[in-house]
Every structure is written in C-alpha cells, then in structure tokens.
Design a protein around this ligand. Structure first.
Ligand code: ACM
Length: 522
C-alpha cells in the first residue's frame, strides 16, 4: 500500500481496493443530473485546466469511463445504527471503470469533488495543460465532517483585501473543505461595507460617510517596519459578488459589524452617534478598546437597526456577527443592555446573532452563537448553556492565524501567550477538550487579524500551512488525527500549493515536496 494518500482533511473512512486504478483520459466525461450541475462544472473547470481534456458534462448517470456525480439525500455511510451523516456527507468510489461521487446534498457533492481532486496527481493543480498520467487510486471513501462549522476569518478592516483577493482566498480554502468565511468588516480604523441612506431616516444619518470617510482608513501599525494598511470598501454589489462566489463553492459568508466597541470609524463618520460631544477623528493606530457606542443615545439603536437590516438583506446565510469584544471603555451595565438590544435586532432581521465570548455575559437570544477566543471556558459554557447557544471554538493559542510562526517571522503578532505558533500547536488539540463539551461546539474558526498583513499573498503566508491543520481538526475524527501523519501529508500538499501559486510558510519540520511558490515582498 502506498500510503499516505495526499488527503487533507483525512476522511472518516477510507478503504483501498485491490482492483485496478482509474485513469482519466481524453475520452473521459463528467455525468451529472441537473441538481449536480454546479459541482460538475467546478470539477470540470479544475480538471480541464491541467489535463487539457475536453471532459464534457453529460446529463444523467453514465457509469463507465467517467466521473459520475449523484445526490442521494438518504445516503448512509456505514452499517448499523450510526447517526445520520448530515448534508455534507459523501461517498466516493473509484475503480477501473471510473469514479462515482454521491453527495447527501450539493454540499456533500462539493466535498467529494475536493477529495477526488486530491486523489489525482499533484500535476492536476497546473494552470495550463501538462502531460501526466491521470491515475486515481481505487478506493472507497465514506466521509462526513466532525463539526458543521469550519471557518476562517479575514480582518479586512485593519487592512483591506479587494474582491479578487477574497475570491482567491475562497478558492484556496475550499480544497480543505472549509465552509465558512467570516469577514470582519468594521473596526476602529475603518468601515468596509457600503450602507445606503434609507428612505426612513429619522435622525438624518449619513450612512454613506461610513465608507466615503470610514473606507479611507487602515491601520498604521508601529514598530514592524511595514507600510500602512490598505484602504477601500465593498459596495453592496461587490459584497453580493463575494457571497455568491462563496455560496457556489459551499462557503457561507458571516459578516461582522463589531459593536459596541471597535467603532471609532463609525463615530467619526456619523457624528450623531456621539450624543454628548464632537465626533472623534479617524484613528489609524493599532490601539484597541478605546471607542464605544452609547447606551443612552437613541441614535445607537436607529443606526444598528438600519445597518443590520441592510446587511441581513445581503446575507443569505443564517449568521450575523455583532462583535462584542474588548469594549473596555463601555460601562458594564451599558454594555449588557446594548449587546442584548443589538442581538435582538439581529433576530428581528431574521438572523442568528454571533458574538465574541464577552457578549455571552448579556441576555443573548436563545439559540445564539458564541465565538470563544479567550478567558474562562467554564464561564462561557455556563452562559451559553443558559442561552441554549452553541460555540465556535477560536481559542487564540490554538487558532489565531495572525500570530508569528517563530520570533523571526517578518510579519505577525506575538501577544498570545504560549507562542509563537506553528502548524503543530494548531493541530494538537481537541475542540471538545477545553471545557466546552463537543455537543455544544458548532465548529472551529481560525481568525486572521490584519494589523501586520498587507494584501492577499501575505495573508496566505500566515494562513498556510496552519489553516490546513485547522481544517483537519474541524473535519476529521479526533482519534484518527496524528501530527506525524499530518506532517507527511502536508509535505505532499506543498507541491499542490506551489502549483496554485499559494504562498505558504516553509515550516522547517516538514519535508516539503516543493518550496513555496515565491517568497513575498516587503
Ligand atoms: C479578538 O481577538 N478581539 C476577538
């Protein structure tokens, strides 16, 4: 047996078959019914680039000589009384005659397509046709995720990423079966999402200034020798373009408007939010915890309601993140009342509120989601249990992708205790083992804060390979995960990332099959 196969995340079950492998050829095709069409097009797009084969998409279920995509909502993955595998489950069978991917839904099918992609030789990641033997090992895979929510967060507030850069991040993350992209859209330094002036505007607020002024900000982080952050914002049409691009690839966008702290750019743009005085100037320092909305100012709620209403209308997914972290200058009683009120506005807009774990101290609506990043897990658990909430695990010392890899990393932060952090610290942990039981864990997310990150390539370098380790933590059974085994598969993944042109840290404890595509420039 020529293990390891270069599969990340590791599938729940994999059996090698004794028979002959399947070899993709110029005569191959993709067979797919109408509901499988999107997954078929994604698959064909990947395969045509590097093979140069025509790979027509046939309507229906051919079996011999091609790749067949099927949806079966009743898909089961094993014998006996196993729990229903959920919509993201799939099975993949490869033998001499071809490959069949059966998804429990379109999401499962998309996951199966990514697995098939990884079973092909690394040359499949070439962007133009190459000569290769397109051999797929004969296997049966039955697979479903451990956790429903498997996310990355991009902080586009401190330093902006444009639409093309975000799409590229989506392209890269989906091969590891991530299914959520949290966009941190607002912070002290900037506001990145266009909000229209509504017809009903009792206080005459100029929401347009959020981006005409707030979009011009970015962090200017002292001491790391980097250029100032990148500025810009998404129009609503551009944001929709990102959401649609993500949805087609089984990724849910979770937008965040951080409140009641981290709001300096909003206060600067909308003076009425500061009832008692003059609005602050824009502030590009990396400081945190110095700005706040005001609980006693009715404009606070008028503003929050309108922003949430427009953002909810742009967001087909269930979640809307309202921040709630580091409101250090907000009097505690005011914090509690504002968070409770803002969370209820999210529910009124038809969405499930998500907030950083501080917000669980407030009366949050039943069924809310809490994103745990630091502090007492026991306190978070107690509060989330009271609220019937579930938890996204983002403990800083296990998931924060903005941290340095080692003291010499040219970018990255180092405030999280226990660092610096390589892929291994982000792999060797159990999301259900930190005081919050697995039944309450919705999933995990790796946040990439961007105080020191300029543009997509630097983002990639901090993300990879650590994000790949997180993807496997989120997907694969705990008892099957072993760091030395992942190390071998990461090494194999290097060639694929390099062919994709994805920057990654050449972790010194990995035997990389390729050096990073190119170092990034400072
Ligand atoms: C956070 O890192 N302030 C959530």
């Amino acid at each position: 047996m020529d293990f390891p196969l270069p599969l990340i995340p590791l599938p729940a079950r994999l059996d090698r078959l004794d028979g002959e492998d399947f070899v993709l050829s110029s005569a191959s095709f993709v067979a797919a019914g109408p509901e499988c069409r999107t997954a078929a097009e994604e698959l064909a797009l990947i395969l045509r680039r590097s093979t140069g084969f025509e790979l027509p998409i046939l309507d229906g279920e051919e079996s011999d000589g091609g790749i067949t995509l099927v949806i079966d909502p009743d898909l089961t993955l094993g014998a006996g009384a196993e729990p229903a595998p959920g919509p993201e489950a799939y099975s993949l069978t490869v033998d001499r005659t071809g490959a069949v991917i059966t998804g429990a839904s379109t999401a499962g099918l998309f996951n199966g397509v990514q697995t098939l992609r990884q079973l092909l030789p690394a040359a499949v990641e070439n962007s133009s046709p190459v000569d290769a033997q397109w051999r797929v090992p004969a296997v049966v895979i039955r697979d479903s995720p451990r956790f429903a929510y498997r996310g990355l967060m991009l902080d586009v507030a401190r330093s902006f990423l444009d639409v093309a850069e975000v799409k590229r991040q989506i392209d890269t993350m989906v091969q590891f079966k991530f299914n959520a992209l949290h966009l941190h859209l607002t912070d002290d330094q900037a506001w990145r999402i266009e909000i229209h002036n509504p017809e009903h505007n009792p206080s005459g607020l100029d929401y347009g200034a959020l981006t005409t002024l707030g979009g011009t900000g970015a962090v200017d982080f002292p001491g790391v020798g980097l250029s100032p952050g990148l500025t810009g914002f998404y129009t609503q049409a551009e944001f929709t373009e990102i959401v649609d691009y993500a949805a087609r690839r089984n990724v849910l966008v979770v937008p965040e408007i951080d409140m009641p702290g981290h709001v300096n750019a909003a206060l600067a743009a909308v003076p009425q939010l500061t009832a008692g005085g003059t609005p602050p100037a824009m502030n590009t320092t990396g400081e945190v915890g110095y700005s706040s909305l005001e609980a006693g100012n009715p404009v606070t709620y008028e503003f929050a309601r309108e922003v949430i209403r427009q953002l909810a209308a742009l967001t087909p997914g269930p979640y809307l993140h309202i921040g709630g972290d580091e409101a250090l200058v907000t009097p505690h009683e005011e914090y509690l009342s504002m968070v409770a009120e803002i969370a209820s506005l999210v529910v009124a807009a038809g969405k499930v509120p998500v907030g950083w774990n501080e917000y669980a101290a407030a009366r949050i609506p039943h069924g809310s989601v809490v994103q745990y990043w630091h502090g007492s897990a026991a306190a978070t658990l107690e509060r989330t249990s009271d609220a019937g909430a579930s938890v996204i695990m983002s403990p800083a010392e296990r998931t924060y992708l903005d941290q340095k890899y080692d003291p010499a990393s040219p970018i990255g932060l180092s405030w999280v205790e226990g660092g610096p952090f390589s892929w291994r610290e982000y792999y060797d942990w159990d999301p259900a083992g930190l005081g919050i039981p697995g039944g309450s864990v919705l999933g995990i997310e790796g946040p990439l804060w961007s105080e020191t990150v300029r543009g997509g390539r630097q983002a990639e370098w901090l993300l990879y390979p650590r994000a790949i380790a997180l993807a496997e933590v989120a997907w694969s059974p705990q008892e099957q995960r072993h760091a030395p085994d992942l190390a071998a598969r990461l090494g194999l993944m290097g060639a694929r990332l390099a062919l994709q042109g994805v920057a990654f840290q050449a972790a010194p404890d990995i035997d990389w099959s390729a050096e990073p595509a190119s170092p990034f420039d400072f």
